[in-house]
Ligand binder design. Structure first.
Ligand code: APR
Ligand code: PHB
Length: 394
């Protein structure tokens, strides 16, 4: 087989890049290890920056998001047992976010790809990337016991943190930056009405909690837990009790509980690899960077990488300009590091770090009080939450 862009991974990064390229008439094939059902079984975050929503519109996959997505003009920080409203719209000159689950974004992208007939190879084993330093890279994989080969111009490594793309680059050309946090998030999905009309990020001495939602009848709640906790030890009742203790009394009294549909513990990590290019292989999304979920930046950062890669590839195929390819990594990384900073900062402010001494705990509380008590402080939180601007590709 032959294509222009071989895309490894059918998560949101790979599917969105594939859809945009297809619309622009740039031929591509997606090679994925799992089945579509497996991918759609993963519950991930659900806050889309305006730039992400706009890119989904440009890709022609926004119909259901426009109908079912919830536009949020703000969110709440719960500190010291009270709610502090962050008015995103007012503080950012009119910007908002859309609450719409990543799983639904992925489903919409998969349906669009099926409808337009673009090729996706699912359940591809032993995917390997070859000759990426040459002008003729190729991919091999096994399907039903037979080895296949795809020749291409460029490879888009959209295969997540555990994928093969980053691992195919010689270790001595990469620098990895990493922080692993000593706790995780225990998340519960339930068919209950949201406790509040906006998201609540709660700081509490028992640990962080987040009240999020998927719709007017479906909620997603999280509590910070030590990584040593086991999900089996958390009955629904224990989860609801813990959540109730960590949110302000007024909301706790209103909390509607119900049986969990999904319950899991996710670790928190900050990770960046530099550079994001090796010859004709480019890394996008979780393959190149991970953020802790506190700022809801994971999917949004993936979308901004896709935006950059897509615009560069349009220049390559429509104008014959290949000079921008070597700018890909630096353009992406400037924005990535700023989102890493915000995610790290919000994580550091909102969580309980058992190793922090009494002075550090007071500093943490005071920093939060200072930020929410100042227009400048609220503005910096808001402008990061709605997403920093994309850099022009020209
Ligand atoms: N060969 C083929 N496919 C692979 C391989 C491999 N060796 N390894 C991984 N994959 C696939 C995975 O099965 C997965 O479907 O690549 C896909 C990567 O998808 P994601 O992990 O969702 O990564 P990405 O598309 O970059 O999405 C980023 O997902 O994890 C969240 O917070 C993150 O919201 C962000 C978004
Ligand atoms: C979610 O709805 O799952 C969610 C929302 C906001 C976050 C993280 C997760 O910051």
């Amino acid at each position: 087989m032959k294509t222009k862009i071989a895309i490894v991974g059918a998560g949101p990064s790979g599917l969105l890049l594939g859809q945009l390229l297809h619309k622009a008439g740039i031929d591509n094939i997606i090679i994925e290890r799992q089945t579509p059902e497996y991918i759609l079984g993963r519950i991930r975050a659900g806050v889309l920056e305006q730039g992400t929503a706009d890119l989904l519109r440009e890709a022609g996959v926004s119909e259901r998001m426009e109908k079912e997505g919830l536009i949020h003009d703000g969110f709440e920080l719960a500190i010291g047992g009270r709610l502090e409203h962050i008015d995103l719209k007012k503080l950012t000159g009119g910007k908002t976010v859309v609450v719409y689950g990543q799983t639904e974004v992925t489903r919409d992208l998969m349906n669009a790809r099926k409808a337009c007939g673009a090729q996706t190879i699912y359940q591809a084993d032993n995917v390997a990337i070859h000759d990426m330093k040459s002008a003729a890279p190729y991919i091999t994989y096994e399907k039903d016991g037979v080895t296949q080969r795809i020749d291409c111009d460029y490879v888009a490594g959209c295969d997540g943190y555990h994928g093969v793309s980053r691992k195919s680059i010689p270790a001595d050309v990469l620098t990895e930056y990493e922080r692993v946090y000593p706790f995780g998030w225990l998340g519960v999905l339930a068919d209950t009405p949201p406790v509040h009309d906006e998201l609540i990020y709660a700081q509490h001495e028992r640990g962080f909690a987040l009240c999020s939602m998927r719709s007017a009848t479906r909620t997603r709640y999280y509590v910070q837990v030590p990584m040593t906790e086991k999900v089996e030890d958390w009955s629904d009742e224990r989860f609801w009790d813990e959540l109730r203790q960590r949110i302000p009394a007024e909301q706790a009294a209103k909390l509607v509980t119900g049986p969990s549909i999904e319950k899991s513990i996710a670790p928190l990590r900050s990770f960046v690899v530099e550079p994001m290019q090796y010859g004709n292989l480019f890394l996008l999304g979780d393959a190149a960077h991970i953020v802790p979920p506190t700022g809801a930046k994971g999917l949004n950062l993936a979308a901004s990488d896709v935006n950059t890669m897509y615009r560069i590839l349009c220049k390559v195929y429509q104008e014959g300009r290949t000079d921008l390819l070597e700018k890909y990594s630096e353009i992406c990384l400037r924005r990535i590091w700023k989102a890493e900073r915000f995610s790290w900062w919000l994580t550091s402010m909102m969580h309980d770090f058992p190793e922090n001494d009494a002075f550090t705990k007071r500093m943490q509380q005071t920093e939060l009080e200072y930020f929410v008590g100042s227009i400048a402080g609220r503005t910096t939180i808001a402008e990061n939450y709605v997403g920093l601007p994309y850099e022009a590709v020209e």
